[in-house]
Structure formats: C-alpha cells, structure tokens
Design a binder for this molecule. Structure first.
Ligand code: BES
Ligand code: MN
Ligand code: ZN
Length: 492
C-alpha cells in the first residue's frame, strides 16, 4: 500500500473514496464542505440526514456518489467534540477511514482530517500510522492467502501540505509494530528462543546494529542463576539477546530496553490449570516483541541516542529438569531467591536481564513484561501498569504513551508490601500474597536495580485484543513499540 500527502485541494481531488472527518458540532458543513457538497450534488447533506450522522467519535457513514463524479464514494468519520480533540482520535479516525474504504472496495482513498494543535507534520504521521496499522492483515497461518476483498492500494492525505518525512516516520514505526504483532501472534511452535534470536539477527543484519547472543554457558559464567533456573525445564535452549543501536555521533544518552521473552509459559510445576488461559501463553514474549519492534523502528529512524535491546528468552516448561517449587536460585547480583511458585517466572528472567543492563552503564532502563494477571485485574486489558521510583522516567513514559495512543497508568511502589516476599531461608521469595500481586512483582524487580533510573511496564493486558479496537484488529496489538520509540528518540 502506498501512502502520501497531497497538495491537491479538496474540491479538485478525485479518486474512489473520500473520507472526511466531521466534529460533533459542524455536521453543519463548513464553507469548503458546502462547496464540495454542491459539487457532489448534495450527497454530503443527504448522507448526514439519512444516516442520522451526528459526528460522534468512532461513528462513520458511507455512500455512493452519482456516476460520473470525480469521487465515487463519500465516507464520513465522526471526531467527537472539537474541544477535546486528541491526537489518538485522528489515529482512530484514519483507521476507520481505511477500514470502510476497504469494505467499500476503494483502491484510491483520500483522507481529509483536521490538523491537531497546528502541528501538520505530527498530524500527518499520526493519520498515516492509523491507516497503516488498521490495514495490516496476518495471513501467515492460513493456507488460502488470497485476499477476497479488493484492497486499498493508495492513500492520499489531504490538507496537511507535503509531509514526506512524517509519512516515512509513520512507515518506520508501523514496520516495528507489525514485527511485534507477528512475533506475539505466532504460537510457541513458531516463535521460540531460537527464532527470537534469529529475528534479532535479521534486524542487526538489515539495519546495521550489533548483536550479542549469550548461550546457556555464557549465562552460567555470568552467574545468571535466576534466568537459567526458569530455562532448565525446557528442551529448547535459552537465548540471552543483546542488540545494540549506536548513533554515528556521540550519543546524547544511553538507554536500555528489556522485554520479557517467555515464548511459552506453562507455569512450570505450578502448572497453569484449566481456565487459566494457558493456550494464550504464546503471548508471554509480548515485552520481547515490543523490544525487537522498537529496535527495528529505531534502527531506521537513527536518533542520536544509544539503545540496548535486551531479552532473556526461554520457555517455562515441565520436565525432569524443571525447577522444583521450593528451590533456591542465585541471581547474577548474588541475591538468593526461594521459588515458592514456578509460575512467577518472568521476574526471574528479568532479574538477570536488569543486572546485565545496569552493568552497561546506561542512563535509564525500561522493562516491558506480560508479568501478572493481577495487573489485568487492576487495569483491564487496554492499560499497562507503570512502576518507577524515578518521577522523570515515569513522566517521560507517560507522555510517550499519550503521544503514541498507548494507555499507561502509574501504580504505587508500596515498599511495605515487600514484607510479603520475605523468605525464612533465602533473601526473598519470588511470589507474595495474591492482593497487590502486580505491585509485589514490581518490588521484586526493583531488588535487581541499584541506582540506574528504571521503570517497569506490566503489559499483560494490552499486548492482545479479542475485539477490533481502533487501529487494532483482533489479535496481537504490537503494544509498546510506539511508546518505546517516542521515549527513546524524545526527551532530554
Ligand atoms: N505470564 C504470566 C502473567 C500473565 C497472566 C500474562 C495472564 C498474561 C495474562 C506470569 O508469568 C504469571 O504466570 N504470573 C502469575 C504470578 C503469580 C504466580 C504470582 C499470575 O499472574 O498469576
Ligand atoms: Mn507464569
Ligand atoms: Zn509468564
């Protein structure tokens, strides 16, 4: 699909479908739209009346224009109230435009949406993202890959001037989101620690990043007993992935992004039972997927920051080699952990990844993890929980998420709750009581970071969606990539 901005005035534009954004208030057409309406023999007004179109956010209406017209179909997209216009409303409106255009079999689609906060370039990027993300289809596991419906071949964004850089940026980011979606959607017999490492290798090769893969023995030498404890029950070998992007000039800052990379989480000997959603545990590498997706996007954007992309990838399986509940593991910072639940494995893999990241001497560390069901209970499946003892990174991430249209809510680092993780025999247990389960998980991670500013995002909810939602189709969302990219390239 080709997407570009065009300087063609609205009244001169011709194509299969023209999508027009309307606020709840100006369903009373503006002068320009009234002219367009005249040109299209009153189609706009008729459609508004017949469809009882009120401009409500998320609503749309489409109709055929009389034959011989320069525009074959008109698509109206509601934007809600103009006062509260959010950037993400435009991303979603672009997604609706693209989806309706596909349904209406429009090959050439024009999109006309308002400029957000006088920022034409950012608006163009956002609209382009929405359209690209919404048209993504994953047919890898279908035997019949022929697309039955005609697809949208070209999109032209009207009224934004020429914004080639912004459109390129949107495409780079979308390529990262698609990679994350593909990794998360593919089941555990396709995405394994080995193929995750191969994906990192492909990114390194294609975009000139450096790559270090630590094998089991390398991890042993570094004393990564927590990570290796999780990995020991699996037949597939663990892979500790460390991908590095370095700018050509001296980096403005150095960052580490860590993603939980459990390519399957059976729970281990504390096996996940019926109704636990075990069949969805292919998504337990959503953090790693977002990390690699962000690497792919950042490698193309080439910002003046150094970024380390890290994932301790493994499966959590059952076998004669698996850790027993009650075992004591020693992490690479020397801390000992009593495993009172083998299903709290993500934090064990992250513990060694955090210690590794801090040794790199970075200015900040962010980890993303499908860490707890408790976070989904607290925030639902659209919002990630954020924990940080550093207000600056917390702010940076909140803003990066806002810009990205990825919802984040900061949660408390309630130190007192760490009492629930006390062990009689080791430095700590890996699991606290059920109440506040996502908080104790964050507090556990905190034990493995000494002084580097650090934040943790629990993304167990938003990496997957059961229903169509804005620019996300049912399935993997690629959550986190856009926030990570914004965070890495922006800020002080
Ligand atoms: N991968 C799961 C968390 C999860 C649950 C992600 C549901 C997505 C959807 C994690 O490894 C896990 O099993 N967490 C346990 C922790 C508990 C044993 C303290 C949980 O949340 O139940
Ligand atoms: Mn688990
Ligand atoms: Zn897990």
């Amino acid at each position: 699909m080709d997407l570009r901005t065009t300087g063609t005035p609205l009244l001169k534009w011709s194509g299969d479908g023209l999508a027009i954004g309307l606020f709840e208030d100006d369903v009373e057409l503006t002068a320009e739209l009234a002219d367009l309406d005249n040109k299209l023999s009153g189609t706009l007004k008729e459609l508004i009346a017949e469809a009882e179109f009120k401009g409500k956010e998320g609503s749309s209406a489409a109709t055929r224009v009389g034959s011989g017209s320069a525009v074959r179909k008109i698509i109206l997209v509601g934007l809600g109230k103009p006062e509260g216009l959010k950037l993400d409303t435009l991303r979603r409106a672009a997604a609706i435009s693209a989806r309706v255009a596909k349904k209406e079999k429009c090959k050439l689609l024009g999109i006309r949406l308002p400029i957000w906060n006088d920022q034409a370039a950012l608006t163009a990027q956002t609209i382009a993202e929405g359209a690209e993300l919404a048209l993504y289809q994953d047919t890898r596991f279908k035997s019949d890959t022929e697309d039955k419906g005609a697809s949208v071949e070209q999109i032209e964004l009207l009224g934004l001037g020429v914004q080639d850089e912004a459109v390129t940026r949107a495409r780079q980011i979308a390529s990262g989101v698609f990679l994350a979606r593909e990794l998360v959607a593919a089941p555990a017999n396709y995405v394994t620690p080995i193929t995750l490492a191969e994906t990192a290798e492909a990114i390194a090769r294609e975009h000139g990043l450096s790559l270090e893969i630590l094998e089991r023995e390398d991890c042993e030498k570094l004393g990564m007993g927590a990570f290796l404890g999780v990995a020991q029950g699996a037949d597939l070998p663990p892979k500790f992935i460390h991908l590095t992007y370095k700018p050509e000039s001296t980096p403005r800052r150095k960052l580490a992004i860590i993603g939980k990379g459990l390519t399957f989480d059976s729970g281990g000997l504390n096996i996940k039972g019926a109704g636990s959603g075990i069949e969805m545990m292919k998504t337990d590498m959503g953090g790693a997927g977002a990390t690699l997706g962000a690497a792919k996007a950042i490698a193309q954007i080439k910002p003046d920051v150094e970024v380390h992309f890290i994932s301790a990838a493994t499966e959590n399986m059952i076998s004669g080699h698996a850790i027993h509940p009650g075992d004591i593991l020693t992490a690479s910072n020397g801390k000992t952990i009593e495993i009172n639940n083998t299903d709290a494995e993500g934090r064990l893999t992250l513990a060694d990844a955090l210690v590794f990241a801090e040794k790199l001497g970075v200015d900040a560390i962010v980890d993303l993890a499908t860490l707890t069901g408790a976070c989904v209970i607290a925030l639902g499946d659209e919002i990630a929980g954020l924990w940080s003892s550093d207000p600056e990174i917390a702010n940076q991430l909140t803003q990066a998420g806002e810009l990205a249209g990825e919802k984040i809510w900061q949660m408390p680092m309630e130190e007192k709750y760490f009492d629930g993780m006390k062990s009689l025999i080791a430095d700590m247990k890996n699991t606290g009581p059920r109440p506040g389960g996502s908080i104790t998980a964050a507090l556990f991670l905190k034990q493995f970071v000494k002084e580097t500013p650090w934040a943790h995002l629990d993304v167990a909810g938003p990496v997957w969606t059961e229903k169509e939602n804005g620019y996300n189709s049912p399935g993997a969302t690629g959550y986190g990539v856009r926030t990570l990219v914004n965070w890495a390239i922006g800020g002080a």
